[in-house]
Design a binder for this molecule. Structure first.
Ligand code: FES
Length: 173
């Protein structure tokens, strides 16, 4: 399997960090960066990473079942993760989730027909003090109101980048 020179350099750096017998520690970061490049965790990628870190494909598959940020099928250009764990649940996280599903007409780990937006209901994303919290790709949005969520979802669905949706960008600052 071939990757970009940039990704190959990253892989090399990760594998250099760990001594022989501990190369498996590079597995998750390698999978995350590879997913960013190719869009999802394919069977071919699993085989390749397993070979490079010295584990079996089954062991890579086992890790995949634990890490929800790793996806076996491609997500949308903007992957919106909405936390409905306890701190967020208590301040409207579930309502945000329901509204996002309703507006986009998709559910958990589904993608809009144009491939622009996908949704995922997630466990705690480590932002409990600023609940309800959501994440779009690698950016966090804190203290999200229903109005802000609607603007974000409408904007993304219309093809805007998150930073172009000014009302929501304030939330992230
Ligand atoms: S419970 Fe939602 S960020 Fe922790």
């Amino acid at each position: 399997m071939t990757f970009s020179p940039e990704l190959e350099a990253r892989f090399e750096k990760f594998l250099d960090k760990y001594p022989a017998g501990r190369k498996r520690s590079a597995m998750i970061p390698m999978l995350i960066y590879a997913q960013d490049e190719i869009g999802s965790i394919t069977d071919e990628l699993i085989e390749e990473v397993a070979k490079r870190v010295g584990v079996t494909p089954l062991q890579v598959n086992e890790a995949l079942t634990y890490y929800s940020m790793l996806h076996r099928k491609p997500m949308g250009k903007y992957h919106v993760q909405i936390c409905t764990n306890i701190s967020c649940l208590l301040v409207g996280g579930e309502e945000l989730w329901d509204r996002a599903c309703h507006k986009l007409g998709i559910g958990h780990k589904q993608v809009t027909a144009d491939g622009r937006v996908s949704l995922e209901e997630v466990e705690c994303i480590g932002a409990c003090s600023w609940a309800p919290a959501i994440q779009v790709n690698y950016d966090f949005y804190h203290d999200v109101t229903m109005e802000q969520l609607e603007k974000l979802i409408d904007g993304l669905a219309a093809g805007k980048r998150p930073e172009e949706i000014t009302e929501v960008a304030k939330v992230n600052s």
